[in-house]
Design a protein around this ligand. Structure first.
Ligand SMILES: [Cu+2]
Length: 148
């Protein structure tokens, strides 16, 4: 009954795409992202862009440091290879400070055939994100990464 064998692709903002005046944090909270999933940022090139940044840069919108990757194509496909937190923003003018930014927490792929007691689900509060379900499953993460 694994519900997540294949990687999923998500259009950021759904029909709105990647633009201003959309609550992307709310959008991201509607999904559970797993390692290997793909975020697609759709926008008119030059009007926006996609920066993956660290958490500090996400909070401050100051991209003089903490930039992990940049995309400008207007159809940016970002694969969430690593589990853990990923932070994105638009670096055009004041778009980031206007709310054009969000974070996602990427989970390890769940192997539902394994029911050992090592899988511990823990409700965890992440600042400003409300309650989310997280779990630690280091052996599975290791297996997954071997596939890349
Ligand atoms: Cu923008």
């Amino acid at each position: 009954m694994s519900h997540h064998i294949e990687a999923a692709e998500y259009i950021v903002g759904d029909g709105d795409g990647w633009t201003q005046a959309v609550n992307y944090q709310r959008w991201s909270e509607q999904h559970t992202f797993y390692a290997g999933d793909v975020l697609v940022f759709i926008y008119v090139p030059g009007q926006h862009n996609t920066y993956e940044v660290n958490e500090d840069t996400y909070r401050t919108c100051n991209t003089s440091q903490g930039v992990v990757a940049t995309y400008y194509s207007g159809h940016d496909q970002v694969t969430l290879n690593e589990t853990g937190d990923h932070w994105f923003l638009c670096n055009i003018q004041d778009h980031c400070k206007g709310g054009m930014k969000f974070g996602v927490k990427v989970e390890a792929i769940m192997n539902t055939s394994q029911t050992s007691g090592s899988m511990g689900f823990t409700p965890t509060s992440i600042g400003g994100w409300g309650w989310v379900w997280t779990f630690d499953l280091v052996p599975l993460v290791g297996l997954f990464m071997l596939n890349y």
